[in-house]
Write a protein that binds this ligand. Structure first.
Ligand code: ADP
Length: 264
């Protein structure tokens, strides 16, 4: 991981189309809102349609004579993944519009990282992405809302996958590292994607900043909010060897407090 690299191009995902500009007046904001609504509907319709198709095919496998339970399970697993994707999208928007106070609890960081990677396993495999996870031990605990952390890491990993869409398949690599630095638990998520253009770095975490033709630009704003709500920080860099790295710092839970909480 290095300082931002001037040569990084950043992701356009639009192959030459104009970028979405930040709104400057009220009319622009309304136009942007309309465009966002269209994108939300577009993004939500696809997984919902897919839920229906996968449900129908599971029913077909079960009605077979004899029923093919394995094939039905495979369809249902994909159905659950699609439903979760739609749910995450809607939860992202709700979180952006009206952050909800939810109870915090001690959370082992390695468990939430492993759960998130497991949750996205099918997609990572389908994209041919090699995953290197060095996520440490169960004694690194943060005080957090577990679902919010999953949403945080999930957003960053999905972005990494999207950034590697144009990377030759043999070079697609996602690295998830976790370590301790003083009172901080640190997580770094790096990819070998398009990297982040130096011009985009200052507004990367702004809501509705996107360089993708079909992007919504809320994922990183949500990530920023989740991290700051948990008393931490997040920063992004381009790597010299190509790709982007996001580093998240969260205050580590004091071990004595954890044992006391567990004993209660
Ligand atoms: P969206 O993915 O809808 O564009 P995000 O808020 O998640 O919204 O991301 C905002 C922008 O940040 C993206 O459009 C992209 O330009 C940049 N970005 C995010 N993650 C990465 C990454 N891993 N590599 C390169 N650029 C990234």
């Amino acid at each position: 991981m290095t300082e931002p690299v001037r040569g990084a191009q950043g992701c356009t995902g639009d192959h030459g189309h104009a970028r979405l500009q930040p709104p400057s007046v009220h009319a622009d904001r309304l136009a942007l809102l309309g465009r966002c609504m269209a994108m939300v509907v577009h993004d939500a319709v696809q997984p919902v349609a897919s839920v229906v198709t996968r449900g129908q095919s599971a029913l077909r496998w079960l009605r077979h004579d004899p029923p093919d339970v394995e094939a039905a399970i495979a369809s249902l697993e994909r159905l659950v993944a699609d439903a979760q994707r739609a749910g995450t999208l809607l939860a992202d928007l709700r979180a952006l519009a009206s952050p909800v106070e939810r109870p915090l609890q001690p959370v082992p960081l390695h468990a939430v990282l492993r759960d998130t990677l497991h949750w996205l396993d099918d997609d990572l495999r389908r994209e041919g992405i090699h995953v290197a996870a060095n996520v440490g031990h169960d004694d690194v605990v943060v005080i957090a809302e577990p679902a919010a952390l999953q949403q945080l890491f999930g957003n960053l990993i999905v972005n990494a996958m999207e950034a590697m869409a144009e990377t030759p398949i043999q070079d697609r690599r996602l690295t998830v590292d976790q370590w301790v630095d003083g009172d901080d638990a640190v997580v770094a998520i790096s990819d070998r994607g398009c990297g982040i253009a130096a011009d985009d770095l200052p507004r990367l975490f702004d809501a509705f900043h996107t360089t993708k033709d079909e992007g919504l630009g809320v994922g990183l704003a949500i990530c920023h909010r989740i991290v700051t709500d948990h008393g931490g920080s997040i920063r992004a860099q381009s790597c010299r060897e190509g790709g982007a790295c996001f580093e998240i710092r969260l205050p580590r839970q004091d071990q004595k407090t954890v044992s006391r909480a567990a004993a209660r």
